[in-house]
Design a protein around this ligand. Structure first.
Ligand code: ATP
Ligand code: MG
Length: 662
C-alpha cells in the first residue's frame, strides 16, 4: 500500500485512543480543565459507569465564543505561553483532551465567559496584529493554535450569554447561543460509540464508576480549596466542601476522602530543600492496607504514579511494615516547573525529575524523620497484627517501641517475630518475651543471640510416647519464641512455623469443605457491625453470595457499614472486623477477569490467615504434636498460602557437619 496522509477524523481517533482510555480518563481531563479554568466548585455526574453520561460543571472562567470554537480543535490550548514546554504550571498543556473526547463520543460544551473587562496590558499585547472579529478575540485565556498566531483584539469583550458547541464522533456543530451562568458545563454521552473496539474493553459499570470515583478523589485531594460533588450511578451523592488551602484544610479534605480513620492516624509531613517542598500526611506504620492502592502522590498538584516516589515511600517505611502490608500516604511535592518534565506520559500521570536523587532522598528523609517522631503513637484502629509488629505487649509502653534502626545493627527488639505476635495474645504469660524485649531494647547488639527460655516444653510428654518420633515430622520437643515448634525426628530436627503451618491446614480444610458439603457456619449472637468505606461495602455486598459459601454471612448495614451475621465455624473465634476489612482490600485488587475459582481460593486464603493459630500462641505439647500429625496428612502442607515454607528440616548429618564432626 502506498504511503498516504491519514484523514483528520482517523488521526483524532488514534490520538483519542491514547488520551481517553476509559470513562475515568474523560472525567480526569474535564476536571483538570475546570481546575485550570480557576473553578472554585466542580460538580460531577455520571451514569452507566460514565459510558452513558459524564457531565462536569464548573464555575471557572469559561470561554468566549472564539475560544470555544478553537477548544475542540487539536493542538489548541490556552495554557502554553509560546513554545515553552519546560515551565508548565497548568494541568493541561497539549490541547488534546476535548478534540479526543469529541472524536469518540457525543460531546456538548456550554460555556459562558466570566469577565467582561480585561486588563489593558493584555489587550495591548494581544493587539499586535489586530483584526477585530467577533469569532477570534484575544482574552487572557484565549486559545493559541499553531498557524493562528495572528491574534486579534476586540474592545467589546463581553459575552452577552453562553455559547454551545456539539462534537459528535468528530463532527462539529455550529456554535449556538445558549443559557448558562458564568462557567462551563461539559456533557459527554455514549462514550466510545464511535470506536466500538474500545467499548468492548470496558469493564462493568460498577468497576468503571469506581475508577471514576478514584479519579475524583485524587483530584479532590489535590485541591482542598475547591468544592466537589460527585453524583449518579444510583448512589448517594458525595459532596466535599471547599476548605482553606493550608495544612488544616488539607487534612480536612483528606479526612473527607480517605475517611476519619486516616485523619486520626496521619502524621504531618513538611520538608523543604533547594527549591523542593514536600508536604502532606503519612499514615502511621500501624495503620496499613493489604494493597498498595492508597499511596497518593502529587507533583505540583498533579496526581502521579511515579516509580521514583513510590520507591521512596516504600524505602522510608521498609523498617516499619511487615512485608505484605502497605502504608497510606498523601504527599504533595512542589518544585520549580523547570525541574520536572510532565510531558512523558499520554495521560499525564507520570513525570520526570531533573534532580531525581534529591527528590528521593528528601522524601525518604522527611518520611523517616516523621516516622521516628511518631514512634510513640500507634494506630488508633485496626491492624492488630501490624500494631504488634512494632509494639511489645501492652504493659510495656516505654521505652520507645521501635528505635530507629542503626546501621550495622540488624533488626532487633520488636522486629523479632516472637515479640511481634505477643501483643495479639496479651493474655498469655509474657515472661519469655519480657526477657527478649528487655535484651532487645536495652542492648540491641546482643539481642540476636539471646533467645530467652523456651516458651513451651514438650520433652517429658514426647519421651513417654516413642512412636511420635517415627513420624516424618517427628515428636514435638519444644516451642520457642511462641512461634516455632522444634521437633525431633529419627535422624534430624524439624522447625515448624506454627502460624504458616496452621494457615495452610485451615486453607486446605476450607477447600475440601467447599468441595463437599459447604463450610459450616457459626451464628453470631449479636451481629458484628464493621464500619467501612462505601466502596468497600459495595464490593463486599456484591460478592456476598460467594462469601456465604465460605460460611461468612454479611449484609449491608447502611451506606458505610456491614453487619456480619455468621462466620465460618472452622475459623473458631475470629476478629470478624479485621477479616472483612482484609477481604475488602484484597477484592479491590482483583481483576474483573479473575475466574470464580481463583476468587474463591483468594477468599479461602484470606480467611485461613485469620483463622490460624497466630505466631505467639503457646501451644501445649499435645497441640504441637496434633499440628505435626495433621500436617503430615494434609496435601501441600510444606508451604503456607503465601508460598513460604511451613517447616525446615536439619538432618543429623548436617548438624554434625556444622560442628565439624564429619
Ligand atoms: N472547563 C473549561 N473552562 C474554561 N476553558 C476551558 C475548559 N475546558 C477547556 N477549556 C479551554 O479549552 C482548551 C482546550 O482544552 P483541552 O483539554 O482540549 O486542552 P488543554 O487543557 O489545553 O490541554 P490537555 O490536552 O493537556 O488537557 C483549554 O486550553 C482551555 O482554554
Ligand atoms: Mg485539558
Amino acid at each position: 500500500m502506498p504511503v498516504r496522509q491519514l484523514d483528520p477524523a482517523t488521526i483524532n481517533r488514534i490520538a483519542a485512543g491514547e488520551v481517553v482510555e476509559r470513562p475515568a480518563s474523560v472525567v480526569k481531563e474535564l476536571i483538570e480543565n475546570a481546575l485550570d479554568a480557576g473553578a472554585s466548585r466542580i460538580d460531577v455526574l455520571t451514569d452507566g459507569g460514565g459510558r452513558r453520561l459524564i457531565r462536569i460543571a464548573d464555575d471557572g472562567g469559561g470561554m468566549t465564543r472564539a475560544d470555544l470554537a478553537l477548544a475542540v480543535e487539536r493542538h489548541a490550548t490556552s495554557k502554553l505561553d509560546g513554545d515553552d514546554l519546560n515551565a508548565i504550571c497548568t494541568l493541561g498543556f497539549r490541547g488534546e483532551a476535548l478534540p479526543s473526547i469529541g472524536a469518540v463520543a457525543r460531546l456538548a460544551i456550554t460555556t459562558r465567559h466570566r469577565s467582561r473587562v480585561y486588563p489593558t496590558s493584555v489587550l495591548q499585547e494581544g493587539s499586535k496584529s489586530a483584526t477585530a472579529d467577533f469569532d477570534s478575540r484575544v482574552y487572557p485565556t484565549s486559545v493559541l493554535q499553531e498557524g493562528s498566531k495572528s491574534a486579534t483584539a476586540d474592545f467589546d469583550c463581553g459575552e452577552p450569554h453562553a455559547w454551545m458547541i456539539a462534537v459528535d464522533g468528530g463532527v462539529k456543530s455550529d456554535i449556538r447561543p445558549a443559557a448558562l451562568g458564568p462557567g462551563t458545563c461539559v456533557e459527554v454521552r455514549d462514550l466510545f460509540y464511535a470506536t466500538p473496539a474500545r467499548l468492548k474493553f470496558l469493564k462493568t459499570d460498577r468497576t468503571e464508576a469506581e475508577a471514576i470515583r478514584d479519579v475524583v478523589r485524587r483530584l479532590a485531594m489535590s485541591r482542598p480549596d475547591v468544592g466537589f460533588t460527585l453524583a449518579g450511578e444510583q448512589r448517594a451523592p458525595v459532596s466535599w466542601a471547599a476548605a482553606l488551602p493550608d495544612a488544616a484544610g488539607r487534612l480536612a479534605r483528606l479526612g473527607d476522602v480517605l475517611g476519619a480513620e486516616f485523619r486520626a492516624n496521619a502524621i504531618p509531613i513538611a520538608a523543604g530543600r533547594d527549591g523542593f517542598a514536600l508536604e502532606g500526611f503519612a499514615g502511621l506504620p500501624t495503620y496499613t492496607k493489604a494493597n498498595a492502592l492508597s499511596l497518593y502522590l502529587f507533583v505540583n498538584g498533579r496526581a502521579v504514579r511515579d516509580k521514583l516516589l513510590l520507591g521512596a515511600v516504600r524505602a522510608a517505611y521498609a523498617d516499619y511494615l511487615p512485608r505484605d502490608r502497605h502504608p497510606v500516604v498523601a504527599l504533595f511535592v512542589t518544585l520549580d516547573p523547570h525541574e520536572v518534565d510532565v510531558n512523558v506520559h499520554p495521560a499525564k500521570t507520570e513525570v520526570r525529575f531533573r534532580a531525581s536523587g534529591l527528590v528521593r532522598s528528601m522524601m525518604v528523609g522527611a518520611l523517616r524523620e516523621a516516622l521516628v517522631r511518631a514512634s510513640g503513637r500507634a494506630a488508633s484502629t485496626g491492624g492488630a497484627a501490624t500494631i504488634s509488629a512494632f509494639r511489645p505487649g501492652s504493659p510495656r509502653a516505654s521505652p520507645p517501641p521501635y528505635p530507629p534502626p542503626l546501621a550495622g545493627e540488624g533488626r532487633v527488639g520488636a522486629a523479632r517475630p516472637g515479640q511481634a505476635a505477643q501483643a495479639i495474645y496479651n493474655d498469655i504469660p509474657q515472661s519469655a518475651d519480657d526477657h527478649a524485649a528487655r535484651s532487645g531494647f536495652e542492648s540491641g547488639a546482643q539481642a540476636a543471640f539471646d533467645v530467652g527460655p523456651p516458651s513451651g516444653d514438650a520433652r517429658g510428654a514426647a519421651i513417654d510416647d516413642p512412636e511420635e518420633i517415627d513420624h516424618p515430622l517427628g515428636a514435638a520437643r519444644t516451642q520457642v519464641h511462641e512461634t516455632y515448634i522444634v521437633a525431633q525426628t529419627r535422624d534430624g530436627v524439624v522447625i515448624v512455623d506454627q502460624h504458616a503451618a496452621h494457615e495452610r491446614l485451615v486453607y486446605e480444610r476450607m477447600k475440601s469443605a467447599l468441595e463437599k458439603s459447604g463450610v459450616a457456619r457459626q451464628i453470631l449472637l449479636i451481629p458484628d457491625i464493621v464500619e467501612l468505606d462505601e466502596t468497600d461495602v459495595e464490593r463486599l455486598v456484591a460478592r456476598a453470595d460467594e462469601l456465604a459459601r465460605f460460611g461468612l454471612a454479611i449484609e449491608a448495614f447502611g451506606p458505610g457499614a456491614i453487619a456480619v451475621r455468621e462466620t465460618p465455624a472452622l475459623l473458631g473465634e475470629i476478629d470478624s472486623a479485621a477479616l472483612v476489612r482484609d477481604l475488602a482490600e484484597h477484592m479491590a485488587e482483583w481483576d474483573e477477569a479473575l475466574p470464580l475459582e481463583r476468587r474463591l481460593m483468594h477468599v479461602a486464603a484470606t480467611m485461613a490467615c485469620h483463622g490460624s493459630v497466630r505466631a505467639g500462641r503457646r501451644l501445649r505439647p499435645e497441640e504441637m504434636n496434633a499440628l505435626l500429625r495433621e500436617m503430615e496428612e494434609t496435601p501441600n502442607s510444606g508451604q503456607c498460602n503465601h508460598g513460604r515454607p511451613t517447616y525446615v528440616e536439619l538432618k543429623l548429618a548436617d548438624i554434625e557437619r556444622l560442628f565439624g564432626r564429619r
